[in-house]
Design a protein around this ligand. Structure first.
Ligand SMILES: Nc1ncnc2c1ncn2[C@@H]1O[C@H](COP(=O)(O)OP(=O)(O)OP(=O)(O)O)[C@@H](O)[C@H]1O
Ligand SMILES: *[C@@H]1O[C@H](CO)[C@@H](O)[C@H](O)[C@H]1NC(C)=O
Ligand SMILES: *[C@@H]1O[C@H](CO)[C@@H](O)[C@H](O)[C@H]1NC(C)=O
Ligand SMILES: *[C@@H]1O[C@H](CO)[C@@H](O)[C@H](O)[C@H]1NC(C)=O
Ligand SMILES: [Mg+2]
Length: 350
């Protein structure tokens, strides 16, 4: 038993074979090399399972930092962070491009004390959900209502077309990279639906521009979730469902179960508005993905291949919609198979 592996290794060494076989081997090796070279021109869908840049809880690392640093305290935030200019504002936070130790960072300040609960919820989520899916937290000060995060110069996903129009990024404006962005987006939703805190719903997303504004585009063209101020938890086993806000929602961007079900004649009352689950996020995925795919050569071909899964996302019955994981698997399959098609076409041309 023990000898077997050794025997077969010796076997291989001894076997030299006739010249024809060696020629075949050389051809196969050349092909394999060509394959590897071709592969470099396309996006590799394989990702490492663990983030090697991971820091222990309460610590961060960004850019070219060699080691992990603890989150900045109130004292450090006050003494070391210098706001430079305002780069964004929403209902809860005013965001400033700032400087910390000659690095660019983003300082968020609470806009109004009325929003403090949302602000603290968002901070709690940022602390708990630090991962490759979420913007890096650098520090916070509850007394001053400030949060410090990694700065992403491309800003939110709303700026995607402008970013892809910059000369530096124009080569990224292909269906491959755009589908990769959609995979990143669905990956974030999948993470939130299986988060360490349970199934979280991305509530602050009642229309497309609002939804896009909650995610940031990183310099290497991936997406991170940034605004986590409204992430209620669903628990199917305890029948705990959620409502995204206390006001009436309208339009077809939100899921049908988020609309007032009792007709125009009966005025909206939050008390009798039914609650719902994370499948509201699934309903919105086709619209976000379609925005991400945009209108470049190949976008419509990708849309065609995603037609069935997107149709299932728009099922009127929430339980019939696929999970984020199902969608992720389908997107990945479509990316792989379309890339294989492109590669075999390229190979035919050679
Ligand atoms: N780290 C960052 N780097 C670059 N831009 C950022 C960063 N954080 C926020 N911004 C910009 O500021 C905008 C508002 O940020 P954010 O969504 O956190 O505010 P908010 O008040 O919580 O929004 P909402 O109205 O959705 O509650 C973002 O859409 C983005 O354009
Ligand atoms: C993303 O870009 C940063 C620099 O902005 C770099 O340090 C990091 O390694 C990149 N990450 C990946 C996954 O390429
Ligand atoms: C893209 O950039 C060019 C200039 O380089 C500009 O004329 C054009 O309006 C831009 N388009 C968009 C969509 O931003
Ligand atoms: C969901 O509810 C069940 C039953 O009440 C409980 O045991 C479980 O811990 C809850 N899960 C989460 C993630 O809160
Ligand atoms: Mg926001």
């Amino acid at each position: 038993m023990e000898k077997k592996p050794q025997e077969s290794r010796q076997d291989l060494g001894r076997r030299e074979g006739p010249p024809a076989a060696r020629l075949l081997l050389a051809v196969a090796l050349t092909n394999a090399l060509l394959y590897l070279c071709l592969d470099r021109f396309f996006i590799s869908p394989r990702q490492p399972p663990v983030d090697p840049r991971h820091c222990p809880h309460g610590h961060f690392r960004m850019g070219h930092m060699e080691t992990c640093s603890p989150w900045l305290s109130c004292e450090a935030l006050r003494a070391e962070v210098r706001p430079l200019k305002r780069v964004g504002e929403g209902a809860v936070k005013r965001v400033f491009l700032s400087e910390w130790k000659e690095r660019k960072v983003a300082l968020s300040r609470l806009t109004s004390l009325e929003m403090k609960d949302d602000f603290l919820h968002g901070l709690q989520m940022l602390k708990s959900l630090q991962s490759k899916y979420v913007v890096t937290l650098l520090g916070y000060c509850e007394d001053d209502n400030t949060i410090l995060t990694e700065y992403h110069p491309l800003g939110s996903l709303s700026n995607l077309e402008e970013a892809l129009n910059l000369s530096k990024y124009r080569h990224m404006n292909t269906w491959q990279h755009r589908l990769q962005l959609a995979i990143g987006y669905v990956g974030i939703i999948n993470y939130l639906h299986h988060s360490p805190l349970g199934t979280l719903v991305m509530c602050d997303s009642n229309d497309l521009p609002k939804t896009l504004s909650q995610y940031l585009l990183t310099s290497n063209f991936s997406i991170v979730a940034n605004d986590l101020d409204a992430l209620p938890v669903v628990n199917h086993s305890s029948k705990a469902f959620v409502k995204c806000g206390h006001r009436e929602l309208r339009g077809d961007f939100v899921a049908p179960e988020q609309l007032w079900p009792h007709g125009e004649d009966r005025p909206f009352h939050d008390d009798i508005m039914p609650s719902y689950d994370e499948k509201v996020d699934i309903w919105k995925i086709p619209d976000v993905s379609s925005f991400l795919l945009g209108h470049v050569e190949g976008s419509d071909m990708v849309r065609f291949h995603l037609f069935d899964i997107h149709k299932a996302c728009k099922s009127q019955t929430p339980a019939e919609r696929p999970t984020a994981q199902d969608i992720l698997d389908t997107y990945q399959k479509v990316l792989n198979s379309l890339q294989d098609t492109v590669m075999s076409q390229t190979r035919e041309m050679l």
